[in-house]
Design a binder for this molecule. Structure first.
Ligand code: SDX
Length: 431
């Protein structure tokens, strides 16, 4: 295979080096292109553009492979925990017992919010979307975190990262409680990460939530499966903000906003809304599939398709298995799961979806589990954000640890008007 690409422009030939990744992916390195040819590349929505070299997560979309620091997602889902996987993503290897305990203790020590932050929650209307609250309160929390505005210091990173990962869970639970007019429930140091989140979400001052181990395990796995996914929209946003050397809380708040869109993390909420619509209409899904193939309908089969996976999303497979287990355990018969399975079966045998290689993605079944656990619809994308936090933190660290890292600043092809005179107001077009 060549390690140089040849480019010819206006009869002149140029050689561009080809970067080769550890999994033999190849990328034409165009970092000197404009300087040597006067041209830039154009790749709207970046489908063909690598923004960085990264050591964190590997995806092979054709084969449906996903590995965090080289470890297959299926193995981590089976044998690891969200907190251990967070450490793996952030620091690049599995922690030893001492490192894991230190990290877990740091998360416990930093689970509370400054008491004055309670007043910020008061300011939101009850119907405020928790993603808006989450993004706002991550930045508000940073105002109470000492040293957060100091220049990046690897020695201080560990504490800032633990603060962010721990507090995001508390902010999310407090946002939910406020939205329901319920008293906030403080974290309990005796509980580990995911159990504490469920405690803060569903306990009451007079009665503790019944923490079923299987439910804790299922949500912990949901967090783990969402923990990172290479250069998706929200992670790329975090890296973009990090490249300006903004602080880690600002980067996370930006990631939350990017994740919110229904084409990205907001899809898990949109899937359930889609399934509920189908259920309410009495359709078994077949009518909906017809609409989803018709561009004019404005409908998509939410939870299906992916920019990178042109095969079944390995996370969707794991979550689908968990759905069946969770509903059996909780003795729930959710008609939406049956509709989802019918939609999947129909789509996987429909030429429109097969030709476009559209398969279920991570969002197609995750909402079914969250519903079964009792997590409200408007909190689904918040759950995704909590899960993705380690990936954002790991990518932030990778950007900040780069020696000589530069600010990310794409170019453009300008299509607007060429030079124009300033026209006095009385001479302007009268509409
Ligand atoms: C996540 O990037 C990541 O890694 C994201 C994520 C992560 O972990 O961070 O994996 C999480 O965001 C998963 C995706 C969640 N979004 C959805 O489920 C929303 C529904 N899916 C689509 O909007 C779409 O598939 C995207 C956004 C996921 C991918 O969009 P692309 O890569 O831009 O693909 P496209 O829109 O160009 O689609 C190609 C064709 C088009 O038809 P044609 O123009 O070829 O005729 O497939 C069609 C699309 O109309 N198509 C769909 C479809 N998805 C694509 N048609 C119906 N239903 C769909 N869901």
């Amino acid at each position: 295979m060549d390690n140089v690409a040849k480019l010819e422009i206006d009869g002149k030939s140029y050689s561009l080096p080809i970067a080769v990744g550890s999994e033999k992916e190849r990328g034409i390195d165009i970092s000197t292109l404009r300087q040597s040819t006067g041209c830039i590349t154009l790749d709207e929505s970046y489908g063909n553009t690598g923004s960085c070299r990264s050591n964190i997560t590997f995806i092979d979309g054709e084969k449906g492979i996903l590995r965090y620091r080289g470890i297959p997602i299926e193995v981590l889902a089976e044998q690891s925990s969200f907190v251990e996987t967070a450490w793996l993503l952030i620091y690049g290897r599995l922690p030893n017992r001492k490192e894991l305990k230190r990290f877990s203790d740091l998360l416990t020590q930093n689970e509370m919010l400054h008491e004055d932050l309670k007043f910020h929650f008061e300011g939101f209307p009850a119907h405020a979307h928790p993603m808006a609250i989450l993004s706002a309160m991550i930045n508000a929390t940073s105002c109470f975190v000492p040293g957060v505005l100091d220049a990046y210091d690897p020695a201080k990173f560990e504490l800032q990262a633990a603060r962010l990962l721990s507090k995001v869970r508390t902010i999310a639970a407090f946002a939910f409680r406020k939205s329901r007019g319920l008293p906030i429930v403080y974290p309990k140091p005796a509980f580990k990460y995911t159990a504490n989140f469920l405690h803060m979400m569903f306990s009451d001052p007079y009665e503790e939530y019944d923490l079923k181990p299987e439910v804790v395990r299922a949500l912990d796995m949901i967090f783990l499966l969402h923990a990172d996914h290479e250069q998706n929209c929200s992670t790329s946003t975090v890296r973009m903000i990090a490249s300006s050397q903004a602080n880690i809380f600002a980067c996370a708040a930006g990631g939350v906003c990017a994740l919110w869109g229904p084409l990205h993390g907001g899809a898990n909420q949109a899937v359930i809304e889609m399934l509920e619509d189908i259920h309410r209409s009495g359709d078994d899904g077949s009518k909906f599939i017809v609409a989803a193939k018709d561009k004019k309908s404005g409908r998509k089969l939410m939870g299906f398709g992916h920019r990178v996976y042109k095969n079944y999303d390995p996370r969707a497979k794991i979550i689908k298995e968990q759905c069946d287990k969770m509903l059996r355990l909780l003795k729930i018969d959710d008609p939406l799961l049956d509709i989802a399975k019918k939609l999947e079966e129909a789509a996987l045998h429909d030429s429109y979806f097969v030709e476009r290689k559209l398969y279920p993605n991570v969002d197609f079944y995750s909402g079914i589990i969250m519903r079964a656990i009792g997590i409200p619809l408007e909190m689904f994308t918040v759950i995704f954000a909590i899960g993705r936090m380690p990936g954002w933190i790991a990518n932030y660290k990778e950007v900040m640890d780069q020696v000589g890292g530069r600010i990310s600043r794409p170019r453009q092809i300008y299509m607007g008007p060429t030079e124009q005179p300033y026209v006095q107001i009385d001479q302007r077009i009268k509409k």
